[in-house]
Design a protein around this ligand. Sequence first.
Ligand SMILES: [Zn+2]
Length: 439
Amino acid sequence: MSQSRYDKIITARWIITVETDGEVLENHAIALKDGRIAAIIPATQAAALEADERVDLPNHALMPGLVNLHGHSAMTLLRGLADDKALMDWLTNHIWPAEGRHVRDDFVFDGSLLAMAEMIRGGTTTINDMYFYHGAVARAGLTSGMRTFVGCSILEFPTNYANNADDYLNKALAERRQYLGEELVSFTLAPHAPYTVSDDTFRKVVTLAEQEDMLIHCHIHESQDELNNSVKEHKQRPLARLKALGLLSPRLIAAHMVHLSEDEIELVARHGVSIGHNPASNMKLASGIAPIAKQLAAGINVGIGTDGAASNNKLDMLAETRLAALLAKVGSMDPTVVPAATAIRMATLNGANALGIGDKVGSVKVGKQADLIAIDLSEIETAPAFDPISHVVYAAGREQVSHVWVKGRALLNRRKLTTLDEAAIKANAEDWRNRILAK
Ligand SMILES: [Zn+2]
């Protein structure tokens, strides 16, 4: 081991591995080589190793980067534009009209960069996105250095981006072709929701996903209205319809999944579908409390997402993780469900598993890629520090995230963004505000 020279050695007071729930290594170091975790050793042995760079984190918890399993990055530019509305009113009277006026390639690029700057500052290393103008999202991902899953929205009705379902699909595939060689950028098929996508289109999506080996990302069982309308129109609940159409499989990441019967939880578990839980969005839009304690108990892989900044309004995965734990407890009237270690696993490894990259990232393990974050627990807000896992979930704020690495590359260093220009991003956001207000 001592013969080889490492790229970087990061020594930390605590390492939360997420390899097994609750595992914390105290005073250990991680040696990185070619973007991977090459060794995990006691800090006392790290001094003898040769490395190009050393990072000492004496008061920090080092852990896997957070995986945001459901978001619409570019919607940061609509943050706070319309609050306190019902989901359908919010969508049809506020969000869709504003998107119609402004959403083009430049809007999506600027909005995605703003979102990625915010997410990196909050410890997120992977985003599972869903929006339009996929080339713009991919370019933002490459600029920021985040691991980016570009969800290609598919709808029946026209937007600025495309005219009908086939048009959305064709454009998505054409844009995807240009990024096929990029390791940090992947494209997914994102039929928007059961109430905006026809049976025919869902069938095409399933066929295409299998042909091209792509994931499917869809909003499912988000609100009670969605279920009522489906029963009226299709004589069945959305999940039963999607099952008949062949959508339920390990390829599917179902965002929300708030309203599920016991039978539906069992069905989802049996088909290996992953769930992207969005506690803040579900609370703000009064969608309901997703039964995640039951989902987890049934063996479903549940990760956590922020949803878009227009319905949250923060892309703050630490806050979301805390809410996921708290909401599960009050939802089941049982304070023992979703303990802190489970919440951290949901926000990291479960998200990675949903995206099919759980063998590459999502935990601290020799051989995995170094998607890592450090959280400084020496602040007033996290004193005293008995248990770093408890603090990360229940006490720490995203302002305490000090470092972020993706594949060993620093994206945040002592709270400074290294790949993105903070001042330019803020100036662009102000510019968009003026354009949106001017109509
Ligand atoms: Zn969403």
